[in-house]
Design a binder for this molecule. Sequence first.
Ligand code: GLN
Length: 513
Amino acid sequence: MTADMTRLTAVQMAEALRVGEITSVDLVRAHLDRIDAVDGGEAGLNAFLHVSRDEALATAEEVDAIRAAGGAEAEALHPLAGVPIAIKDLIVTVGQPTTAGSKMLEDWMSPYDATVVERIRAAKLPILGKTNLDEFAMGSSTEHSAYGVTRNPWDTDRIPGGSGGGSAAAVAAFEAPLALGTDTGGSIRQPGAVTGTVGTKPTYGSVSRYGAIAMASSLDQIGPVARTTEDAALLHELIAGHDPKDSTSLPDEVPAFGEAARTTDVSGLRIGVIKQLQGEGYQDGVLARFQESLDALREAGAEIVEVDCPSFEHALSAYYLIMPSEASSNLARFDGVRYGARVEPEDGPLTIERVMGATRAAGFGDEVKRRIILGTYALSAGYYDAYYGSAQKVRTLIQRDFAAAFEQADVLISPTAPTVAFPLGEKLDDPLAMYLNDVATIPANLAGIPGISVPGGLSDGLPVGIQFLAPAREDARAYRAAGALETLLTADAEPLWAQAPELSTAAAQTAGE
Ligand code: GLN
């Protein structure tokens, strides 16, 4: 087991480490080599903005030493100790830069770790580095990063989804077995769908947001990115749990998500197909894979029912008022004084307004500016009730739709994204077309409920994602359904993650130069 060490699930890697078949140092080296081979250069994936070679190897050495010594300390190691992980560059880390994909935070180093990072360090998962994203997590394609686009390993001329395209591409391309993402409107699930990986948006408040750079605080959640539901579930268990540093953190015990993901029994499970999240706007290939998933679940004994969520029609409009409103307030902190970039006007007086203006003009990209303007307008006196107020009412209606749907069904199901990965550049000049990618993922954020995207097969050689949604605090139920579908779809087929094409030699060669 050498060259193929990266082509395993996290659970398989953990087992190989536990029995001493491989060492964590070898495992980390194999991933660093893979990153060197495919990530850099003109045609490279650019999934990573920063690679923390020394730190990852130091953690790996520490885990190997503990294992070699045996005894109580080795026994007490976390099951995922020694398995490497990548972190979305929106989550702050001591000793590694955090840019949020923005020039505003170029070279900025956080003085503290996010709570999820603290937990990952305590469990001794070597951190490989920080992954690319749309600037401040605003986007669905990772094309809005100030540090270049990330490419989709399934077709390097296509987008890897967004905003967490870097984390998804890294996992799909065997650069990392696990990653962390953030999901405000779909940024874990939609990249998961278009890269053939698994991504979870946990129940709002169940994973600490402390140290995730705020985009829209009432919607943001950190969550796991992985190859299988079980891998995602185990990482989810590790990062979840109460955190006094996050005022919206739930006090709940963390359920055994891994166990739920391993359950393959769906008999009697009522699965609700959301009427509004299919049909017009969804590609035929996506709908075909969706239908096959429903058939497989039905055959396995699940009861498939249709649920009606009429307010979902307005979910996108409500999201694109609430999200920019909160972002316009959250991003006010980037003022050229407190954090990161500072640009002084070339001539004229050095007033705070002028420094702030020059800094924000130079530091933010177009999409971020668009949303700050939108949000500021929506919150302004005179328009507040008409825009922000109405959007909040729609939010309540969406929550009611979900409540009614969960009376009829235990979990809900839909395609994760309406299309497969689209070509780079295709929607870059059309914000509305870009926003439409999140039509199926946004309702969960507006309601605070958990959602998981799992691979549902290929359409024209590109991955399709299937989304499961569950009531708040019932993430385990979503894992159960998602794990069962994964088992059904891989009964006679190789899992999708293992089918990811070798990167074209052109990409690999340029990247390796
Ligand atoms: N694509 C959505 C947006 O642009 C969601 C982003 C996210 O979840 N961070 O707002």
